[in-house]
Design a protein around this ligand. Sequence first.
Ligand SMILES: [Zn+2]
Length: 114
Amino acid sequence: MQIGQMEVEAVAEKARKKKKDVVLRGSLYTMRRKCGKENCRCADGDPHETPALSYWVRGKPKLLTLRPEDVPVVKGGIEAYRRQKAELDERSERDVAALKAELEQRRASGGGRK
Ligand SMILES: [Zn+2]
């Protein structure tokens, strides 16, 4: 047991980076287009497909085109966002319910004001 805490943290950080632990609010989108060349396969209705991340910044839609190898990381990031948002929403619901219960109790025991 010679590994110091600093080293442990450095290793953990490296692992996080390698896994590309990202959180992305958006959705995966497949761009389909024709390149315009007459003899290309896309002229016969087999369009070129490019993966992209669609997201919003201050109410404006944005599209970030991706390389195929980015797709797994982006999917993971979108999933991580959904999961964490769901957890946060649940926590908020519980806390609002607790606050409401506390206020009602205080009102009941305090008496008088309605
Ligand atoms: Zn084409």
